[in-house]
Design a protein around this ligand. Structure first.
Ligand code: SER
Length: 876
């Protein structure tokens, strides 16, 4: 191997630098201000507006770049070729030289020929080239044939694909719209076989060759209606794939055999224990890790939309090929360091991103891996039963929706079995799904009823925290499904469950539903009729209907809820006892952390009573009474003096929770065994929330203790600030208050004195014009209240006066302007202040007798006050 890929890139740029081209950086993979393409797909993208004559700021008529490109969609999509073709990539580098109204056909061709064949540069044998030219482009043909001297049988004229179109392999365009023009392509015989003159057929000739350089003569803009508009300046855009020219120069028959790819391929082969370095899956993974790496560098994340979806497809395709190679563990992220090595990356920014890229790849692979196996099993079973070699769109949609199989992945697997995917029917299913989610943005429990999801879940959670259950239903994206897999949110219904569903104020349980194949984290439990709905997300793996699982609630969470629920009953009974039997529960909430209890009551509850309630409840707790449960007929409830909610509908048989004779309440909730389990009860707040309705909030057990600890901590901190102890705290405060009152009195006396002094001083500076007192003065560091006070006193004193006081504080000026009522015909305070504020760039306003404002431009103040004085003189 003579030249390394990186050297070849440098030589290209050096050549064009010598030819007076400006060497510029390639642009980002995400096109700027261009929605016509998703990714940068050619070196010319960043110059689009220069070609179109819309960007006139460009200072260079000749530019050369090495541009990173991604061809995974739109007009230029090579994704599916990757792995099957030895010369296609999703991510690659394009070497290009560009002329904007400078040189045109002849020079562009001469440059390319010199670089490729000159001994000084790439030194490739001339007889190995073949040229294609757009059929109508006689000038280009002439340059190749007569100036360069390519034998006519090695110049192929390529026409339009159909009679009435200008679509041709030798008419290049960036996208459906945008700059375009005829092109001439340089092909190279990689097989180094002698040119067979007898072959007339173009395809046969081309088969031995690969295209290495495309020279486009940008002459048109294709606009929305498809027509071509001539560009202001005929220009040149060329593109040569770095990986391809490297294969040519390194004399290997595939891009994947060049130095940079071999580093990657060897690393993947090592991970997968693959001996055959020409295995297509190695190629796919090597290509896709480069694409994924550089997409993530641009802050693209795998998702189900736009660029994120392209990234997801690429990653998932690579993972599936890893699977084909027999890699059993998460592997793709390990190749990030291989990319750094192969591309000789020494840019600190990229090196620092290594861990970030690895984490994203790791997460995506973990998510996909757990479903890949199940999805493949399903797909292979469907492939076996396909009719007419066509896979139904419903299966493709199901694989996409449940297993996260990108459609092109399903297509690729089917292609390997000579099966075609019915995309039209896939799209229909996709559309149906979209409509469904549009209709129901939020989960509607009635849905379950409407769609006859039949399931009666038996609640086992009074006596046990864990059961063996069977999944009876899975609801995902608002429809019933057979599977739910890693990362997906949904609802699981079981035949029996220990999870208490939110009801009667007690919130729903959390926990896990799991087996060897997957774990579903239950984030909430709700009820619908006889069904218990476990809401949550699959943490890993996959779960499906009719599978056996363990369902296990979070014990600590439930135990805290139980303490609070039993305490709520004690609270209800204590309120009856202490406040009276008019108490009627009007809503409650029982969480693991706190209790909320609303009740009808009409007079405020003093602290002493609150403490009495607390005391009584703690007495019940310390008695450690057994909490009993029994089922009775609802008809017996009234006779037995049991608390129930009269507005609520009860079933025929009801459950009673009894705590000795202290509390008897209808309740379906879960409780502690004994009152002693509650530990401790503390009210944290009592307030009126509506007329005749009070709310008590409280905590129990450790939570109550923690609350007291934090209050205690506060008291200690206050004591240490005040240098006292909790016993003396009240006294210390009383002393502080007395002291403060004294100080306030002193301050107010001083202020009065200060005002009197200022008034005296100011009065000396007054000017009298025609019985009007004019007083303009600057003070320092006075507060607003003092200023207003001074202004009032001065106005009273002078009877007929215009007063402007400027007060300087912290490099700012506060202004107060006063005009006595008898002068308002002549001048008003608000007008006067607005004249001043305009000159000192300040803000403010007021009324005709008093106005206030301020500014930070104090340097302008003296001059302004002088000017205003003269102006007042002039109007009096
Ligand atoms: N824009 C042309 C291509 O991508 C030449 O660079 O092939």
């Amino acid at each position: 191997m003579n030249k390394k890929t990186i050297e070849i890139r440098n030589q290209f740029l050096k050549f064009f630098h010598k030819k007076k081209h400006k060497i510029m950086q390639g642009s980002s993979l995400i096109p700027k201000n261009d929605t016509s393409i998703l990714f940068t797909n050619a070196g010319m993208n960043q110059f689009k507006n220069i070609f179109l004559g819309q960007d006139k700021s460009n200072r260079y008529s000749k530019i050369a770049t090495a541009q990173s490109c991604l061809r995974t969609g739109g007009k230029h999509n090579d994704l599916e070729n990757v792995g099957y073709s030895t010369h296609h990539h999703t991510f690659f580098e394009m070497l290009g030289n560009f002329s904007f109204g400078g040189y045109f056909k002849k020079k562009a061709i001469l440059y390319s020929w010199e670089l490729l064949t000159s001994k000084k540069w790439f030194s490739l044998p001339k007889e190995n080239f073949l040229i294609t030219v757009y059929k109508k482009d006689e000038e280009t043909y002439d340059i190749w044939a007569n100036i360069i001297g390519i034998p006519p049988d090695r110049i192929i004229l390529v026409g339009n694909k159909t009679k009435n179109s200008d679509i041709s392999d030798n008419f290049w365009q960036m996208g459906d719209t945008g700059p375009c023009g005829p092109c001439t392509e340089i092909f190279y015989n990689l097989k180094n076989n002698t040119f067979n003159k007898k072959i007339k057929n173009l395809e046969e000739k081309i088969n031995d060759y690969i295209e290495i350089w495309n020279i486009v003569f940008m002459q048109f803009n294709r606009i929305n209606d498809g027509s071509l508009v001539k560009l202001p300046n005929p220009s040149v855009d060329t593109g040569m794939g770095l990986e391809r020219i490297s294969a040519v120069i390194q004399n290997v028959s595939s891009n994947y055999e060049i130095d940079i790819f071999q580093i990657l391929i060897k690393d993947i082969a090592k991970i997968s224990n693959t001996a055959d370095l020409k295995n297509q899956s190695l190629y796919v993974i090597a290509d896709h890790i480069r694409a994924s790496y550089f997409m993530i560098v641009e802050n693209i994340l795998p998702s189900n939309e736009n660029r994120g979806y392209v990234l997801r497809r690429i990653i998932r395709r690579a993972i599936r090929h890893g699977y084909l190679l027999g890699i059993k563990t998460i592997f793709f992220y390990k190749l990030v360091s291989s990319v750094n090595k192969s591309m000789n990356i020494n840019n600190i920014y990229l090196l620092n991103k290594k861990e970030y890229i690895e984490n994203i790849l790791k997460k995506e692979e973990m998510q996909f891996r757990s479903t890949l196996n199940h999805g493949l099993k399903l797909l292979h079973s469907k492939i076996k039963t396909t009719i007419n070699h066509t896979l139904d769109g419903e299966v493709t949609f199901y694989l996409y929706d449940t297993f996260g199989f990108p459609v092109d992945l399903t297509e690729e697997i089917c292609r390997e079995h000579n099966i075609h995917v019915d995309l039209l029917s896939f799209k229909k299913h996709m559309e149906k799904q979209k409509n469904r989610s549009r209709e129901k943005k939020t989960f509607n429990q009635n849905y379950i009823m409407m769609h006859n999801v039949e399931n009666i879940s038996i609640f086992m959670g009074y006596n046990t925290y864990k059961t063996e259950s069977v999944i009876k239903n899975i609801i995902k994206n608002e429809i019933t499904q057979q599977f739910i897999s890693s990362g997906e949110k949904g609802i699981i219904l079981l035949n029996k469950t220990p999870f208490y569903p939110e009801s009667g104020g007690q919130i729903g349980d959390i926990g896990i539903i799991y087996n060897n194949e997957g774990t579903f984290k239950v984030e909430n439990t709700k009820k619908n009729g006889n069904m218990i709905l476990h809401f949550g997300i699959v943490e890993h793996g996959i779960l499906h209907v009719e599978q056996k699982v363990f369902s296990e609630i979070n014990e600590q969470y439930r135990s805290n809820i139980q303490k609070n629920h039993s305490a709520t009953h004690l609270l209800n009974s204590a309120l009856h006892k202490i406040l009276g039997d008019h108490i009627y529960q009007n809503g409650s909430l029982v969480t693991p952390d706190w209790i909320r209890f609303d009740f009808f009551h009409n007079i405020s509850i003093p602290l002493k009573t609150i403490q009495e309630i607390e005391e009584l409840i703690n007495k019940y707790i310390s008695k450690n009474i057994l909490i009993k449960t029994k089922t009775i007929n609802f008809t017996d409830v009234k006779e037995k003096n049991i608390i129930f909610l009269s507005h609520k509908k009860y079933e025929k048989h009801v459950r009673v929770i009894s705590i000795d004779h202290y509390s008897n309440e209808l309740c379906k909730g879960t409780h502690t065994n004994r009152t002693g389990d509650i530990g401790f009860f503390k009210i944290t707040s009592v307030r009126k929330i509506a007329s005749n309705t009070y709310r008590i909030e409280a905590k129990t057990g450790k939570n109550a203790l923690h609350l007291i600890h934090s209050q205690e901590k506060n008291v200690h901190e206050i004591c240490s600030i005040l240098n006292t102890n909790p016993n003396n705290l009240k006294k210390t405060f009383e002393k502080i208050i007395v002291k403060q009152k004294k100080l306030e009195k002193n301050i107010s006396k001083l202020k009065e004195k200060n005002v009197a002094n200022i008034i005296e001083k100011l009065s000396k500076n007054k000017i009298k014009i025609k019985n009007i007192t004019l007083l303009i003065n600057t003070l320092q560091d006075q507060d607003l209240e003092t200023l207003r006070n001074i202004m009032d006193i001065l106005k009273n004193k002078f009877k007929q006066a215009i007063i402007i006081l400027a007060n300087l504080v912290d490099n700012k000026v506060n202004l107060i302007v006063g005009v006595t009522n008898n002068l308002h015909k002549l001048i008003q305070a608000d007008k006067l202040i607005s004249i001043i504020l305009k000159k000192i760039d300040g803000k403010g306003g007021g009324k005709s007798d008093i106005a206030e404002g301020g500014s930070v431009y104090i340097q302008k103040l003296p001059k302004t006050l002088k000017e205003i004085k003269s102006w007042i003189y002039s109007i009096i």
